[in-house]
Design a binder for this molecule. Structure first.
Ligand SMILES: [Zn+2]
Ligand SMILES: [Zn+2]
Length: 336
């Protein structure tokens, strides 16, 4: 038997249970979980907001652990290896996106902790092609948030078209933003943190921001234009009204990358985009190799998420700390 935390039904508190230990099928591994991040998207499980979700379900898609059993046909991974599993929980290899190698957009893709059981447990099973290798010596609790918040910011930024020295804005100094600032700095961009209020300015600078714009005290778009205009703005905070204004702070060929999920419509006129050839783009997180490269880059560059750890038994409390925005900045469950 193993300890696991489940969502039993839509809108209900998480419950800790003793469940039979899972075993891997063909092409799968079993992971002895060491740490699992508590992400804002766990709200989809808790509140039943994800289409087609079935209960009971073990949440958690920022999973780090050690392989302790491999199923038939697993060639690339062995028991004893430390691995991570992120949002992307596997793909079909045969749909049009998969045939193009674009696994994150698989039309039959599995989502860890949503369409299959996740990491709020002592053990979980995952397909081998959803595994990211965790660099030796990396603290599991530090690695966990890199599998969702980390890969989303690193992977979107490295594909955004900015070159070293270009001006990159990071909207929001929170769970995603505090990682985006570190990545942007270490990737060689002139990094500007955009924060509402002065209280996070020192922190943003200590994370590597070259400039900080207090959006309550300064007009952020005008200030960015005085700096030459942003080549990329990573919108990590879901705030459609602010994003609509910030389009004016993009320079030539500037790109607004939308990472924070918001259902509020943005108000942007075609005229704002046409002249300077600006674009607005969304970006999903990344596949297993993207996660592995995120972890490797973070280790090499000394990028560290700021985490608050809770034991598995306190998953319910940890969820509240996260969802009520009381954590600085990522909440992680630890199993040991
Ligand atoms: Zn997440
Ligand atoms: Zn597919």
């Amino acid at each position: 038997m193993m300890k696991a935390v489940q969502a039993q039904a839509k809108g209900q508190p998480f419950v800790q249970r003793e469940l039979p230990e899972p075993h891997p099928g063909a092409g799968e591994v079993r992971i002895r979980v060491l740490a699992c991040g508590v992400c804002h998207s766990d709200m989809f499980v808790r509140e039943g907001l994800f289409p087609g979700i079935s209960y009971p379900r073990i949440p958690g898609h920022e999973v780090v652990g050690v392989i302790d059993e491999t199923g038939e046909g697993v060639r690339e991974f062995r028991p004893g290896e430390t691995v991570g599993v992120g949002w992307h929980g596997g793909h079909c290899f045969t749909c049009p996106a998969c045939r193009a190698g674009d696994f994150i957009l698989c039309s039959r893709g599995r989502i860890t902790g949503i369409s299959m059981d996740g990491g709020y447990a002592q053990f979980m099973v995952a397909p081998d092609h959803a595994l990211a290798r965790v660099p030796e010596g990396m603290d599991p609790a530090q690695a966990a948030p890199l599998l969702c918040a980390g890969v989303t910011t690193f992977n979107s930024l490295r594909h955004a078209g900015a070159r070293p020295g270009d001006l990159v804005g990071v909207l929001g100094v929170g769970g995603l933003g505090h990682l985006a600032i570190q990545f942007a700095h270490k990737m060689g961009y002139r990094t500007v943190a955009l924060s509402s209020g002065p209280d996070k300015a020192d922190l943003a600078r200590s994370l590597g921001a070259h400039e900080v714009i207090d959006m309550k005290a300064q007009n952020p778009a005008e200030t960015l234009m005085k700096m030459g205009g942003a080549r990329v703005i990573l919108a990590t905070a879901p705030n459609s009204a602010v994003i609509s204004q910030l389009v004016e702070g993009l320079g030539r060929n500037g790109k607004m990358l939308l990472l924070g999920a918001d259902i509020e419509p943005m108000k942007i006129s075609p005229l704002q985009l046409i002249g300077a050839r600006k674009t607005l783009a969304g970006w999903p997180s990344g596949d297993a190799l993207d996660s592995e490269e995120t972890l490797a880059f973070a280790k090499q560059a000394g990028i560290r998420p700021m985490v608050e750890c809770y034991p598995l038994e306190k998953a319910e409390e940890a969820y509240h700390v996260m969802i009520e925005n009381r954590a600085r900045f990522r909440v992680v469950l630890t199993m040991v």
